[in-house]
Design a protein around this ligand. Structure first.
Ligand code: BV8
Length: 234
């Protein structure tokens, strides 16, 4: 039977690629205040500090490599398509590791670190270098309005309409490497359950909000995700 699987990934799927998670013991938010560095108010207050925070993460990303979990999800997308099925891959991550592992259709609901946006004219452009407050927008020329194309706290996530349509149509919903702390992403499992989808959690440990899943496997994503995909496709 052709299946439509919706997957939501979080920082845990990129942890073994060397990109920090947010709420683990030594996570990013244990060192930095999210409201200071991942909010429009924080950017308005101290743009240099926020741009430097994202510049450091962008440099780290350029040197990082996808891990076995990313490759397994690209294989699942291919395997489903060959069976007349569909994979909708939604990620909270702002890295491009899913794409570099071969996933073709990725919905970045919290934006993308390798893109910048102009606060003046809203142009979105590729950005692989450091951003600074003295940079001018290549579109409108405004100086100091460029920011990472990332969804901060209090800002509206991207692709919510497409995600709602996918969740309503899903036969299965799989949550991978996310603590289920950030909304509205944390509510997707409830939406999927309401429309009768089977729900699966693949995580290092049970996500802390005790959401209920029909099936769960715990361990490092680079091990449990390839295992799950292998079992599903055979
Ligand atoms: C919004 C981008 C209005 C920047 C981020 C109810 C409804 C709607 C909103 C809210 C609500 N209640 C509260 C809110 C406000 C807020 C919110 O959720 N606050 C929280 C803190 C309570 N939400 C918002 O502001 C959102 N916007 O609300 O707009 C609206 C209203 C209604 C409906 C729609 C819209 C915007 C949120 C986006 C913020 N931007 N990041 C950046 O990346 O710098 S959030 C940040 O957290 C990242 O995007 C990250 O992806 C996200 C979630 O974190 P996780 O990915 O889960 O990472 P975490 O470290 O928490 O967990 C890692 C997991 O991996 C752990 O479980 C760990 O065990 C596991 N793991 C670790 N290693 C491994 C592993 N698993 C497997 N293998 C391993 N090796």
């Amino acid at each position: 039977m052709a299946q439509h699987i919706v997957i939501l990934t979080g920082a845990g799927v990129s942890a073994e690629s060397g990109l920090g998670t947010f709420r683990d013991v030594d996570g990013i938010w244990s060192k930095f205040d999210p409201m200071e560095l991942a909010s429009p108010e924080g950017f308005a207050r101290n743009p240099v500090k926020v741009l430097d925070f994202y510049n450091a993460r962008r440099r780290n990303l350029v040197d990082a490599q996808p891990n076995a979990a990313h490759f397994a999800l690209a294989k699942l997308e291919q395997g489903l398509a060959e069976r007349g099925g569909l994979l909708t891959l939604v990620t909270q991550n702002i890295d491009d590791l899913h794409e570099r592992a071969g996933s073709a259709n990725v919905l970045h609901m919290h934006g993308e670190l390798l893109k910048a946006r102009c606060g003046a004219c809203s142009a979105v452009m590729n950005c692989r270098e450091d951003l600074s407050v003295s940079d001018a927008c290549p579109g409108c020329g405004d100086v100091g309005a460029l920011r990472p194309h990332v969804v901060w706290f209090g800002e509206y996530p991207e692709h919510l309409d497409d995600i709602a349509v996918a969740l309503a149509d899903a036969d299965m919903f799989i949550s991978i490497g996310t603590s289920g702390t950030v909304w509205p992403a944390a509510g997707f499992v409830l939406q999927a359950r309401e429309t009768g989808a089977r729900t699966v959690e693949l995580n290092l440990e049970p996500s802390d909000d005790g959401r209920v899943f029909d099936e769960a496997h715990y361990g490092p994503a680079s091990e449990i995700v390839p295992d799950w995909v292998e079992t599903y496709l055979t």
